[in-house]
Design a protein around this ligand. Structure first.
Ligand SMILES: [Zn+2]
Length: 143
């Protein structure tokens, strides 16, 4: 085969078994894809393995790019309109609940030990999964 970018035949096939130990930090969408290898990134054909072909001439990972934000989210934001999350150190995100309204977000928030969480410097917020608008606890004003 030849590279889909530069046409070189210097292609290396890479395969690494990771099972469910895979993590990808999707910083611009503020979430971590964790669990089995993420097939949305063109680097896995089977959730147990990171496997892809890379051109060692130009560095291109073979496959279709760019990858849309919608595709990146696929399987990670399957339902609900708001994700209630804890953000630590500015970008590490823990998903607490998927909610269908801000009212539900507030109800889920009341169940959390939010004083303890916020005392660590973490931020609790809701993210609208449609347009990435964020609402910060405890006032839930649009950011
Ligand atoms: Zn190439």
């Amino acid at each position: 085969m030849t590279c889909d970018k530069c046409n070189s035949d210097r292609i290396v096939s890479i395969s690494a078994k990771c099972n469910d130990m895979f993590t990808a930090e999707v910083k611009h969408l503020k979430f971590n894809a964790e669990g089995y290898a993420n097939s949305n990134l063109n680097i896995s054909t089977n959730g147990d393995y990171v496997d892809f072909e890379m051109c060692v001439e130009c560095g291109k990972i073979q496959g279709d790019f760019p990858i849309s934000d919608e595709t990146l989210k696929e399987g990670y934001f399957p339902e609900g309109e708001f994700d209630l999350v804890i953000i630590r150190q500015g970008y590490t995100v823990d998903l607490i609940a998927k909610c269908s309204s801000l009212t539900q977000v507030k109800m889920e928030y009341e169940k959390m030990d939010h004083d303890l969480i916020m005392s660590t410097g973490a931020i609790i917020m809701a993210i609208d999964t449609e347009d990435s608008t964020t609402y910060k606890a405890p006032l839930w004003e649009k950011q």
